[in-house]
Design a protein around this ligand. Structure first.
Ligand code: CP
Length: 349
């Protein structure tokens, strides 16, 4: 399988067997973390990281991933790069992408809700970099998607529920809170969990619809696998029979208006829905449901401490998986590492 040079903006752009190759390789890299077969794959190579927004896991795991593959990750403050923005003159994306392609092995970009004036603006920017760069562009979380998180989640579910996720039920649950969170992680989860054969239920109060195009693609993924896709506005019903509960806050589609992100309006509105929290009483309705979240968690709003720190929570495993999944992504797209799917995995895929 040749993935050298391939961009990763959402997992939905990749074939299922390509995603399975990332997962298999990541699992092997976890088992043989410092094996010589992996420690020189990015030797002498550099990965550029533009962070328009803060990060703990993404920055640290990409830096560790680069080091463990024998390369180097360079942290870049986009504010210091003199790039052209809507408000300031500066270097255009085509020039930046073409020059950086002459230095680095790949570019990661994070751009979230408060750095844009309309939903989709960051996705457009990543795709413009991808158009002009000769090296892979990897989303490190942007307004629409968070592919590295989606792959780390599935790796966690394969460990705890088995490799074949067909027929397992995901509840994607809106949690109230004061963060007005972006849609990237939850939308990526819908796309990749449905791709891997899970039944999907989305539960939120009225008025918290996600991107209709993502909902359509997720419904289609479920349909292609013969699985169910449901939306409910009841704060409890979706828990029944769930194998995985993904409880996280997300902003409403009204967050952007008049060319601005209105965070305080979103927070004030969200805090009125205090019944929308993942707690032990609701988790009792699940089928021994796992609790999953990309972190950082807004404890006491999205989920109680009892659930987040309880025996069915897999949050730390998933956070660790970011490292292994990103090593696999980098090995496959930024080095000429040749990977063949195992026969059993090809069957499941
Ligand atoms: N899940 C995630 O992307 O975490 P950070 O925001 O800390 O990078």
């Amino acid at each position: 399988m040749n993935l050298f040079g391939k961009d990763l903006i959402t997992t939905q752009d990749w074939e299922k067997d390509e995603l399975t190759a990332v997962l298999e390789l990541a699992e092997d890299m976890q088992k043989k973390r410092f094996s010589p077969k992996y420690t020189k794959l990015l030797q002498h190579k550099t990965f550029f990281m533009f962070f328009y927004n803060p990060s703990v896991r993404t920055r640290q795991s990409f830096e560790c991933a680069s080091t463990e593959l024998g390369g180097h990750a360079q942290y870049l403050e986009p504010g210091g790069m003199r790039l052209k923005t809507k408000k300031t003159a500066g270097e255009i994306i085509e020039d930046a992408a073409r020059v950086m392609s002459r230095y680095a092995a790949g570019i990661g970009i994070r751009m979230l809700e408060d750095k844009i004036t309309r939903y989709g603006e960051a996705d457009d920017m990543l795709r413009e970099y991808a158009k002009f760069a000769d090296i892979p562009i990897v989303s490190m979380a942007h307004d629409k998607y968070h592919p590295c998180q989606g792959l780390a989640d599935i790796m966690g579910l394969r460990k705890h529920l088995g490799r074949d996720l067909k027929g397992k039920k995901l509840l994607l649950y809106w949690g109230h809170g004061a963060l007005a969170r972006s849609w990237c992680s939850v939308q990526e989860a819908l796309l990749i969990y449905s791709r891997f054969g899970m039944d999907v239920t989305v539960a939120s109060p009225e008025g918290y619809n996600l991107d209709p195009a993502v909902i359509e693609s997720s419904k289609k993924n479920c349909g292609d696998n013969g699985r169910k896709f449901e939306i409910t506005h009841d704060p409890v019903e979706g828990y029944r029979g769930a194998h995985v509960v993904y409880a996280r806050n997300w902003m409403s589609p009204n967050a952007y208006h008049d060319g601005e992100f209105h965070k305080q309006e979103e927070v004030d509105k969200a805090l009125q829905h205090s019944r929308w929290i993942c707690d032990e009483q609701k988790m009792k309705l699940t089928d021994k449901g796992l609790y999953i979240h990309p972190m950082p968690i807004d404890r006491g709003h999205e989920v109680t401490d009892e659930v987040a720190s309880g025996p069915r929570s897999i949050i730390y495993d998933v956070a660790e998986n970011r490292l292994h999944a990103q090593k696999a992504i980098m090995a496959l797209t930024m080095s000429k590492f040749d990977y063949k799917l195992k026969k059993t995995a090809a069957k499941v895929a």
